[in-house]
Design a protein around this ligand. Structure first.
Ligand SMILES: Cc1cc2nc3c(=O)[nH]c(=O)nc-3n(C[C@H](O)[C@H](O)[C@H](O)COP(=O)(O)OP(=O)(O)OC[C@H]3O[C@@H](n4cnc5c(N)ncnc54)[C@H](O)[C@@H]3O)c2cc1C
Length: 282
């Protein structure tokens, strides 16, 4: 089902997974999916590794989640690793398979230059326009950044970019992870003031490992509040999951209470924190 239609009637809870590289990791993902399935997410999504060894797996997993698990599924797709020819091929297969939703992203530049295809699109806006012009039956989501995209010239420039992506055919926004809900509320207000009225889903990542989250936040430009940093600095590694879960639970409670259009959980292919958060919530 198209996510934009779903969002007309309800606030959503969704889960993001990544395609495993190796067989051993596949069984971890199957286990996670089986544990989370009873929560009946409104949709699930599968990330796309631009030009990487698992890029082709994204479509297969999206289809598997739709056909075998009966999830409403969304495939991520990036400019990097694709041009109009490859997009025609993949979007055609998506459409024919009955997958209704795509998250259109620029992606992060691949480490090896050779992985860039000729005539790659440069920005998500161009990808959104291509999909929307050629596959109007597909519902397109786009990424948004409550703390600004790390390479955007300013918050204003980044909001203008969000507007261009929506004007090109995007029908909802999923945000980058954030750990201070004030950033999300400010972002929502800025979008509304710019005339962007599509649903904005909050991206929440329950932290499972302190070193990992430092790496992630350095890469994506999201910030960790000093009070949370202090908690992790004092904690042992085994306490980290509990601290991360409690923090994401409190964030989620506040977002639900403040009427967020939806929460998109970055699961990292793990189930326990998301399962506990949602069992405590509903
Ligand atoms: C919910 C979510 C899911 C994601 N999933 C994936 C995934 O599956 N695979 C993956 O590789 N990455 C993924 N990412 C990461 C994303 O690809 C990166 O954040 C990437 O750096 C930007 O992607 P974008 O679609 O926001 O790009 P864009 O919207 O194109 O913006 C990229 C940057 O360019 C600037 N910009 C845009 N247009 C112009 C212009 N005309 N001139 C100058 N500057 C411009 C923007 O302000 C911004 O700084 C995800 C991010 C989010 C939030």
């Amino acid at each position: 089902m198209r996510i934009d239609k779903l969002l007309k009637n309800k606030k959503t809870v969704s889960f993001e997974f990544f395609p495993p590289k190796e067989a051993a990791q596949e069984s971890v993902l199957f286990d996670t999916i089986n544990k989370l399935a009873p929560l009946n997410p409104d949709f699930v999504s599968i990330t796309y590794g631009a030009g990487g060894s698992v890029a082709h797996k994204t479509f297969d997993w999206t289809l598997k989640l739709k056909d075998e698990y009966k999830f409403n599924s969304m495939m991520h797709i990036t400019c990097y690793g694709n041009n109009a020819d490859s997009l025609r091929d993949i979007c055609g297969r998506i459409y024919e398979s009955g997958i209704d939703n795509l998250l259109a992203l620029r992606g992060d530049p691949p480490k090896e230059e050779g992985q860039l295809l000729k005539n790659n699109y440069s920005y998500a806006e161009e990808l959104v326009k291509f999909i929307s012009d050629n596959y109007p039956g597909l519902c397109i989501g786009v990424a948004g950044y409550p703390e600004k995209h790390i390479h955007a010239a300013s918050m204003k420039a980044d909001i203008e970019n969000a507007k261009r992506k929506i004007d090109a055919g995007g029908s909802f926004i999923i945000t980058q992870l954030f750990f201070d809900n004030a950033f999300f509320y400010r972002y929502r207000d800025m979008l509304a003031q710019t005339g962007i009225n599509v649903p904005v889903l909050a991206g929440i990542m329950p932290i499972v490992n302190y070193k990992q989250i430092i790496r992630f936040t350095q890469m994506c430009g999201s910030t960790l509040p000093p009070s949370l940093v202090e908690k992790f600095e004092k904690a042992t590694d085994s306490d980290a999951v509990k601290i991360g879960e409690e923090y994401a639970f409190i964030q989620s409670q506040d977002l639900f209470a403040q009427g967020a259009d939806g929460i998109h959980y970055y699961t990292l292919n793990r189930y326990s924190s998301v399962l506990n958060i949602l069992k405590r919530t509903f």
